[in-house]
Design a protein around this ligand. Structure first.
Ligand SMILES: [Zn+2]
Ligand SMILES: [Zn+2]
Length: 192
């Protein structure tokens, strides 16, 4: 096992097929996407599975920095946009379907499997992880350059005090309710 995979697993908390998928995608980008030190790369991920932790840990595209965008499409598609080159690389992780069994995973997670079933499930899972980590790029990754609009930059807005709870919040997220300017949390209490 490569050192950087161990680092990713440490960050994520466990070894699983998802983190292995993210690792292969991130590793490919690291090896094929020549970028300058100060160049900003934005990751656009189309799922919120285990895999995205590898993207954040290995590539430094993180939720907190704002160069990590989540689109809830439920697909193993990862796009990496370079601001300097105005180019994007789209990676689709394929060959994932034949190796996953959603029904079995559900039963496993619900603790409904017998000991033997569980053993078998874990063995298949291990095999899937091994496959993902060792398969040649062209077998698992469908890569192409795409044209996409430049993702919006993360912005910092001034804060104001909520007239209901007194807590500070970002002014642009302000709502009005009961004649007051309130935070989203208080607004939800007003309307429900
Ligand atoms: Zn996981
Ligand atoms: Zn409030």
């Amino acid at each position: 096992m490569e050192d950087d995979f161990n680092e990713v697993v440490k960050f994520h908390g466990h070894t699983c097929p998802g983190i292995a998928i993210g690792y292969r995608v991130a590793k490919y980008v690291k090896n094929h996407y020549n970028r300058a030190e100060d160049e900003e790369m934005v990751a656009i991920v189309e799922n919120s599975s285990c895999s995205v932790d590898a993207i954040q840990q290995l590539l430094g595209c993180t939720f907190g920095k704002g160069n990590f965008i989540f689109k809830d499409h439920g697909k193993h598609v990862y796009t990496f946009y370079s601001r300097d080159h105005d180019k994007a690389l789209r990676i689709y992780f394929r060959n994932v379907l034949p190796r996953t069994d959603p029904a079995a995973t559900k039963r496993y997670l619900a603790g409904e499997m017998s000991f033997e079933e569980r053993e078998r499930f874990m063995k298949l899972r291990e095999e899937a992880i091994d496959y993902i980590l060792s398969a040649p790029d062209e077998e698992i990754l469908e890569v192409r350059e795409v044209e996409i609009p430049a993702p919006a930059k993360a912005r910092i807005y001034p804060s104001i005090e909520c007239q209901e709870c007194g807590e500070a919040f970002m002014e642009v997220r302000g709502r009005t309710a009961g004649g007051k300017i309130v935070c989203e949390e208080c607004y939800q209490k007003f309307v429900t």
